[in-house]
Design a protein around this ligand. Structure first.
Ligand SMILES: Nc1nc2c(c(=O)[nH]1)N[C@@H](CN(C=O)c1ccc(C(=O)N[C@@H](CCC(=O)O)C(=O)O)cc1)CN2
Length: 282
């Protein structure tokens, strides 16, 4: 089994992105990202800290706007309006999930689609599906960047995605469909999940259940992409795939940590850079 090493790929792509940042700076432009974080959830704080580290490593500006979890929806919407109109910020995201008291859809829809570096705004989602210009959801884009790096061809492949979330399952489906894969999205109501998963040349798992996928779900030689970020019985970070059980069946697979997570951040930075490059060329 070959490891799809997201940490290594991210490191290799960082070198190219650093050169793009240097080019922009020569033109007087510093790529800039802002992140809105609500609350102090351990996981979200770790992900945002990782984003800050990567942005700063690449030489980009990073602005964190951190609210307590009792922030009102109106206060958040006012900040989003401010960022929409701030010409020094190329793109921004609202770190998810938000507290239950806040309407996540309303917040996402307030983000100007031209600054929506998460690719979650409705017109970016629509344009992704119809193949018009759009910003790209980072996890899905990061998965494709990693598969490209390892020369995993998608054309004509059977892909099964377990999980139908707006931030992972659906955008991965749209992007792989655009690359001529035959895509099935499975979810909690899917019948005969094991049999279906076993038809996959490429199996993408994003359901948020620790070590859910065992070798019974995996065809011999399949490529397995684990998007999970869970805790096992010893509180150790693990994915939705039981790595030890599947590693002798898959031909390639991602570890957790060190697989899709670092690539998510790479894709986000790449998206910010694209917007900064568009600003430079405007
Ligand atoms: N606005 C958004 N919110 C969330 C997104 C998103 O794409 N946009 N995705 C996830 C979380 N996520 C990105 O924000 C994310 C998850 C994991 C990692 C990461 O670096 N993981 C490391 C391990 C980190 C650890 O030690 O816990 C790894 O896999 O190696 C980065 C980003 C939900 N919210």
């Amino acid at each position: 089994m070959k490891l799809l090493d997201g940490k290594k790929v991210a490191g290799a792509l960082d070198e190219k992105m650093t050169l793009r940042v240097e080019d922009l700076k020569k033109k007087g432009i510093t790529p800039s990202i802002a992140v809105i974080l609500v609350g102090d959830s351990g996981a979200s704080s770790v992900y945002v800290r990782n984003k800050r580290r990567r942005a700063e490593k690449l030489g980009m500006d990073f602005q964190l706007i951190h609210y307590k979890d009792d922030v009102s929806e109106n206060e958040l919407l006012a900040k989003i309006d401010e960022l929409n109109n701030d010409k020094t910020v190329d793109g921004f995201i609202v770190q998810l999930p938000l507290p239950k008291s806040i309407n996540e859809e309303r917040v996402i829809q307030a983000i100007d689609s031209k600054k929506d570096v998460d690719g979650f705004a409705p017109d970016n989602v629509g344009n992704l599906w119809i193949g018009e210009p759009h910003t790209k959801p980072a996890t899905a884009a990061g998965i494709l960047m990693m598969l490209d790096y390892y020369d995993v061809d998608l054309d004509g492949k059977n892909v099964v995605i377990i999980g139908r979330s707006n931030i992972v399952g659906k955008p991965v489906a749209a992007m792989m469909l655009a690359r001529n894969a035959t895509v099935t999205i499975a979810h909690s109501h899917t019948k005969n999940l094991k049999e279906l998963a076993k038809t996959a040349d490429i199996l993408v798992v994003a359901i948020g259940q620790a070590k859910f996928v065992t070798k019974d779900y995996v065809k011999d030689g399949a490529v397995v992409v684990d998007v999970g970020m869970d805790r096992d019985e010893n509180d150790k970070l693990c994915g939705d795939v039981d790595f030890a059980d599947v590693e002798n069946t898959a031909s390639m697979m991602t570890p957790v940590p060190g697989g899709v997570g670092p690539m998510t951040i790479t894709a986000l930075m790449d998206q910010v850079l694209e917007l900064a490059e568009a600003r430079a060329n405007a």
